[in-house]
Ligand binder design. Structure first.
Ligand code: SF4
Length: 379
């Protein structure tokens, strides 16, 4: 089907998160395009809840006034509340910022030019090698604030990628892009998501993918399972599965039962993360974006929230109970800096003796040695 492009005037661009996003280290994200001609079979942008116009994969909406809106949103004269520190996330959501229409419209490029002018740190998440085109602007931002370049993969297996990511540059090209940016002095990461159940989650494929990423010198690899929401997303995926992997149909039915977000069963997810963690510990690669990339970028409270949420993830994925997630949430509700209540930390809901000690260390040093060891698999 030929691409159908719809130009619109957007009313808003910046999407503010309720609290710091500890996966991407961002407080704000933006979707310049709605819909994505990369047309990945598993994309959850296809599900009804995202209200993407037309047919996902062939209809792409272009917010042609994105930079003007952004300029207005970030105008210090007009803003009632100051911009909260953190990376601005370019990517994710329901459309890759470097999908093919960007070659013509260059809205992502113009957005980067504006963010460079504002000296704001940027985290780019894409599947496209087109990001190399903007090396000049990214260099400028990296010199004045900071840039993280992340590329997403479901694995680095070419055959599987051709089936599930028909409009995306091949994994080898994406790996070369990561290596290119590493050579240029950028911090880079792999978002290994979604891992496709029973297809890219085998020990062998996970191992090959981590090994390939390690060769590029990535600073982190973040793993995420695949959600399949009932409706268009699940139907589209199952059609493809039926065609290429009909034998797996029953297994999918077993792990994707009725759930609001379309996530697989906890048993499946735990098994996936245990395999992933065991391999990551061999390679000593951080499983979340490491503290040296955010220590000096976010507020003191957000630094603590990020580290506690990372610890929460690491504990849970190791099959342990974690007190950290609840404490992180309570801290996100505070309106005062943690250092101003350094001696009353235990009054915060969810903060016990261990969490208090970790928070004190973060307030003193910007990080926690225990957390860093766990992150790299040294514990
Ligand atoms: S690149 Fe991302 S947004 Fe685009 S189709 Fe693939 S998963 Fe969806």
């Amino acid at each position: 089907m030929p691409l159908a492009i719809h130009e619109i005037e957007a009313k808003t661009i910046l999407r503010k998160h309720k609290k710091i996003d500890s996966w991407f280290l961002s407080r704000y994200g933006m979707n310049i395009y709605r819909g994505c001609s990369h047309n990945c079979v598993y994309c959850d942008g296809r599900s009804e809840g995202y209200y993407v116009d037309g047919d996902f994969g062939t209809d792409v909406t272009v917010k042609i006034n994105a930079v003007d809106v952004l300029r207005r949103e970030l105008d210090p004269q007009r803003k009632r509340t100051p911009l909260l520190p953190g990376y601005i996330l370019l990517g994710g959501g329901v459309g890759d910022s470097y999908q093919p229409v960007e070659e013509k419209y260059k809205i992502t490029r113009k957005t980067l030019a504006f963010l460079a002018e504002k000296k704001l740190p940027v985290h780019v998440l894409t599947k496209s090698t087109l990001v190399k085109r903007d090396i000049d602007l990214l260099r400028t931002i990296n010199e004045t604030s900071r840039v993280i370049i992340s590329m997403s993969f479901s694995s680095t297996n070419t055959i599987i990628s051709k089936i599930f990511e028909p409009g995306v540059p091949l994994p080898q090209e994406r790996l070369e892009t990561l290596a290119f940016f590493k050579d240029e002095g950028f911090h880079c990461g792999m978002f290994l998501m979604p891992v496709i159940p029973f297809i890219t989650d085998t020990r062998e494929i996970l191992h090959d993918t981590i090994h390939d990423a390690k060769k590029t010198g990535v600073d982190f690899i973040i793993c995420g399972g695949m959600t399949l929401k009932d409706g268009k997303q699940k139907d589209y995926f199952f059609n493809c599965l039926q065609k290429h992997y009909p034998d797996l149909f029953l297994e999918y039915k077993m792990i994707y039962k009725q759930s609001t977000w379309g996530e697989p069963t906890t048993e499946y997810t735990t098994q996936l993360y245990q395999t992933f963690h065991a391999l990551m510990n061999l390679y000593k690669i951080p499983k979340r974006i490491p503290p040296e990339l955010f220590k000096d970028i976010v507020t003191e409270n957000d630094r603590v929230i990020i580290i506690l949420e990372h610890l929460d993830y690491l504990y849970k994925m190791d099959g342990k109970k974690s007190p950290f997630g609840f404490a992180a949430y309570s801290i996100s509700q505070l309106h005062v800096p943690l250092s101003s209540m350094r001696y009353q930390l235990r009054q915060i809901k969810g903060v016990g003796a261990t969490t208090e000690k970790i928070i004190q260390e973060i307030l003193n040093t910007g990080s926690s040695k225990y957390y860093e060891r766990l992150l790299k698999g040294d514990e």
